[in-house]
Design a protein around this ligand. Structure first.
Ligand code: KIV
Length: 297
């Protein structure tokens, strides 16, 4: 099949175009980002979807889990990303507590992401009670990405950070949840830590694109967390992470070299400094001299 959108895009990816990618067979590339430079770099690399994940709580805010992320924090980060990423679809993650209470508060928070942060869509975790949240948000005209399998906001209830859907019964439940989310109006679904054959079957059964993270190669697309992909996260990474760079090492080396130069007095050099005309400098010195030792006329 001829891949679509092989050339760099000029305009923002739309939801219908994302749906077409599933049918064209061209894999969807999604990555998280949390600031304007990240959004710009993802855009320049031709990424299709940028997720401002609640993983920000761990990757940039230093928390132990995603649970403490707040709407206020994610709005600031999402607005920064939308300033940088103009062509990818930017999806903002509804943090824990922002959609659990009621359909109304879920909708209010989704609207905040669109109005204040200029997000193109929102993502929320889970099925069950999340279904009516999805329907309420989609009903108001905001696109929703679902997220099932390992859902970090409820990792404790799921028995920790481990793969989901590893028995026939659990795999059937995952598929039922996926179908229900599709029926509720999700335009796409993240499948996290799901056995590859189960995710492959789910991908065939659904008409919306699946985006895998630890869910095998048969999903319609893949997502990785920025810090994992680039080797910026110091903590333990899950087995599904592939590191494409060691930026933490690079940054460490650069900072150590800078510290060494500053201490040795070898930075800044001539080319890093500004000059002043000799006559102005002489006037400056003379004026200072005059203020220290005034002439007595
Ligand atoms: O918050 C996040 O980064 C996510 C991805 C792992 C899908 O939800």
């Amino acid at each position: 099949m001829t891949p679509r959108y092989a050339a760099p895009r000029q305009t923002k990816l739309t939801i219908p175009e994302l749906a077409e990618l599933k049918h064209s067979g061209r894999r969807i590339v999604m990555v998280t980002a949390y600031d304007a430079p990240g959004g710009r770099l993802a855009d320049a690399a031709g990424v299709d979807v940028v997720l401002v994940g609640d993983s920000a709580a761990m990757t940039v805010l230093g928390h132990e889990s995603t649970v403490p992320a707040t709407m206020e924090e994610l709005i600031v980060l999402t607005r920064a990303v939308t300033r940088g990423a103009t062509r990818p679809l930017v999806v903002a993650d509804l943090p824990f507590g922002s959609f659990q209470v009621s359909d109304e508060s879920a909708l209010e928070n989704a609207i905040r992401f669109v109005k204040e942060a200029e997000a193109d869509a929102v993502k929320l975790e889970g099925a069950g009670r999340s279904l009516s949240r999805v329907a309420a948000i989609v009903g108001a005209g905001i696109s929703v990405m679902g997220h099932i399998g390992l859902t970090p906001q409820s990792a404790t209830a799921l028995g920790g950070f481990k793969a989901q859907g590893r028995t026939a019964e659990k795999a059937l439940q995952l598929l039922a949840d996926a179908r229900a989310l599709e029926a509720a109006g999700c335009f796409s679904l993240v499948l996290e830590a799901v056995p590859a054959p189960v995710a492959a079957r789910m991908t065939r059964e659904l008409s919306i694109p699946t985006i895998g993270i630890g869910a095998g190669a048969a999903c319609d697309g893949q997502v990785l967390v920025w810090h994992d992909l680039l080797g910026l996260y110091e903590g333990r990474s899950p087995r599904f992470v592939k590191r494409y760079a060691d930026l933490a090492g690079e940054i460490q080396r650069a900072l150590e070299a800078y510290a060494k130069d500053v201490r040795a007095g070898s930075f800044p050099e001539e080319q890093h400094t500004y000059s002043i005309p000799d006559e102005e400098l002489a006037l400056f010195e003379a004026a200072l001299q005059e203020s220290v030792h005034p002439r007595e006329d």
